[in-house]
Write a protein that binds this ligand. Structure first.
Ligand code: GCO
Ligand code: MG
Length: 404
């Protein structure tokens, strides 16, 4: 079999998605997600100008070889643009291989290690009562675990919290110019324990509660937060520091037994080396889409398993249904699965990407159609052209730029 066509499709059914479509001489089509939120067109250029011309004529069955050829051949290693492009190629090749075998992808990854995939959903509120309502809504949808994010007294806009302007209209966190959010670490550190206390008081001790710090603390601040939250037994504290400084987590770990989850901005196993070998974290959180695909993520998961670290694939709405499908196949197959982040895509997105994976009773299943189980409706995709949309920025009250 040979690849005869490689096309990049950009569509924006509410938010931008970048999809690589490979076609073989036998008429088999493979899809891969290459969406890099807020920097989408850089990956489009990388794929169409530099990768697509190399793919035609290749044997799609040679996944590992093609991955190494593109990774090592580029010379310039790593980085989110390169690794998102590589991920799209890798997933499209796995899709083709599984379709050619007539099997759902998870069967090629070793078969199912469980019946279904436990997820967590997002709850947020500008204040505690609004957050409690949001948790109630997620529980009514069936989610077995909930990530809780709350507005902070005195701050106007905080990541992960839906806010409204003076007239009650929603403030979108992604806009044609970056939205400027504001930040005060001390106010945050004072508020979060009260948030956990209120949620525990309302929903009891058993509900798994997660919290995303989004890289905003120093190691000693993160250590303090981890310690302050211990009485409420969080399921995890996510991205508590900017973890490209892997050694920073040593300090956090020394001070708290709150489990730590890291990795949504990482793109290779090297970013995790110290974190894993020194057992500084409990969950690896990279996305198939930003980590070079199923091939390297599987290797990361096996490496993490040696240290009893579990998986928690990044699954925000800016991962397309193609990237989500690949994640769910991997989740079903690996032994050290932990939890899967999941927020349903909008109906418009689901018209463009029809998928076999299902969400019911708070659990995902990849379905049993051959391949990853996603079809791209190119006509529907073409009706939603690219729209410039930036992620927010964050500033301290004196104007200093801060992690958001
Ligand atoms: C999460 C993440 C996302 C990211 C987003 C950036 O835990 O789901 O933090 O919400 O902010 O993916 O594009
Ligand atoms: Mg996160």
């Amino acid at each position: 079999m040979k690849i005869v066509d490689a096309t990049v499709v950009v569509t924006s059914p509410g938010r931008n998605f970048v999809t690589l479509k490979l076609t073989t001489d036998e008429g088999i089509v493979g899809l891969g997600d290459a969406t890099l939120n807020g920097r989408e067109l850089a990956v489009v250029g990388y794929l169409s100008d530099h990768v697509a011309p190399l793919l035609t004529g290749l044997d799609p069955h040679r996944i590992e070889d093609t991955w190494q050829y593109l990774y090592r051949g580029a010379y310039w290693r790593r980085g989110p643009v390169t690794m998102a492009a590589l991920a799209a190629v890798d997933v499209a090749l796995w899709d083709i291989k599984a379709k050619a075998a007539g099997l759902p992808l998870y069967q090629l990854l070793g078969g199912a290690s469980r019946e279904r995939i436990r997820t967590y959903g997002h709850a947020d509120g500008r204040d505690i009562p609004a957050l409690l309502d949001s948790v109630r809504a997620r529980l009514a949808e069936g989610y077995p675990a909930v990530r809780i994010q709350s507005g902070i007294p005195g701050l106007k806009a905080v990541y992960g919290v839906h806010t409204t302007d003076g007239d009650g209209a929603p403030v979108l966190h992604q806009q044609a110019r970056p939205l400027v959010e504001d930040w005060d670490t001390e106010a945050y550190l004072r508020h979060v324990p009260a948030v956990f206390e209120a949620v525990r008081a309302e929903f009891g001790a058993e509900l798994p509660l997660l919290h995303d710090v989004h890289h905003r603390l120093t190691p000693i601040q993160a250590a303090r937060l981890g310690k302050d939250l211990e009485p409420y037994r969080p399921f995890w504290l996510e991205d508590c520091t900017p973890a490209e400084n892997q050694e920073a987590l040593r300090l956090v770990r020394r001070h708290t037994t709150t489990p730590l989850a890291v990795g949504e901005v990482f793109n290779t196993v090297h970013d995790y080396q110290t974190l894993i070998t020194e057992q500084l974290i409990d969950y690896v959180r990279s996305a198939v889409t930003h980590f070079g695909g199923v091939t390297p993520l599987r290797k990361l998961f096996d490496f993490a398993a040696l240290y009893q670290i579990r998986t928690a694939v990044h699954g925000p709405q800016d991962i397309s249904p193609v990237g989500m499908a690949a994640a769910v196949h991997l989740d079903l197959a690996v032994h050290n699965f932990g939890i899967q982040e999941y927020a349903a895509h909008t109906p418009r997105t689901e018209e463009v990407f029809r998928h076999a994976y299902t969400f019911s009773d708070g659990h995902l299943h990849p379905g049993d159609v051959p391949g990853i189980g996603v079809e791209l409706d190119e006509q529907a995709a073409a009706a939603h052209p690219y729209e410039a949309a930036y992620l927010p920025v964050n500033r301290l009250q004196d104007g200093t730029v801060h992690d958001w």
